[in-house]
Design a binder for this molecule. Sequence first.
Ligand code: ADP
Ligand code: MN
Ligand code: MN
Ligand code: MN
Length: 343
Amino acid sequence: MAKYKLEYIWLDGYTPLASLRSKTQIKEYASFPALTDLPAWGFDGSSTQQAEGKSSDIVLKPVAVFPDSTRKNGVLVMCECFQHTGVASPSNSRATIPDDPDTWFGFEQEYFFYKDGRPLGFPEGGYPAPQGPYYTGVGYKNVGCVAREIVEKHIDICLDAGINLEGINAEVAKGQWEFQIFGKGSKSAADQMWVARYILTRLAETYGIDIEWRCKPILAPFQQPLDWNGSGMHANFSTKFMRETGGKEYFEKLMEAFSKNCSEHIAVYGPENHLRLTGLHETQSIDKFSYGVADRGASIRVPHSFVNSGYKGYLEDRRPNSAADPYLVAGRILKTIQSVPTK
Ligand code: ADP
Ligand code: MN
Ligand code: MN
Ligand code: MN
């Protein structure tokens, strides 16, 4: 028997941007615990905007489990929140979404490292050289001397956890980076994304650095050459039908459904998205829907490979932002897909 450190992780009730919360309990197991070995637990919801003071207990129900290589006998336990009546908490977006293991998602999570209230590498009270050399950049003047150490450790901890992290890159703005997560099923893909966010946020503590998930943290001055990129969470998706059958006719019907549901998608694609989806910086305006082959200014980008293989494969919805809830993003995409008959 060994004592395992179970880190229960959940989303709090803050709006429009929920934060991750977590706490540890120690339990003894003969070997690494499976999901079914993990008991429900609880916490004081009145401290996380999830309950009134009078009846404040919220139940944590484990839904996904990952090894935590940063701790001896460490376990990361993603949870859903329920009220004592058994009803899902309003913040429990996972409980509300459809799932389908044959629908695959690849999220491209962009974010800023922040230190002392500004992006990492920005001088106090000013700006670094304009955007250009930072994207996929190398060298101290482009990426500094700390960021790469953090992203490297983040890769390893995610891989140790069994999370499908598929890559990382330095992004367009100074201090801005991206990682990609792939998962099968809306719930599994989003579980992995939330835990990868958790790992990064916790890892950066040691360096006195915060992760800024908001989509447009650097607003002023809003003029060239000092207009800085925002952060997205592009959502790539494919169903079994899209991968194996596809076809132009189905594709056009699918795009019609995305167009019809444009505002329902935007509603869950992250707060403050009007600041980011301006039509500039490889985005489409927030109130327009468009798709295009290899078009990074479209709402949905259609890869060349998709068209060349007879309208088969995956598509990229470029509208979700870095602060969006991946449960809601994946769930909304799946809902729209499910509204289109494949015949
Ligand atoms: P970009 O050129 O937009 O920066 P990235 O290489 O950063 O592209 O991300 C591509 C994403 O597409 C990855 O997250 C990957 O997992 C995802 N992806 C690839 N194939 C599929 C597929 N068949 N279904 C869903 N997502 C996919
Ligand atoms: Mn990318
Ligand atoms: Mn990117
Ligand atoms: Mn992309």
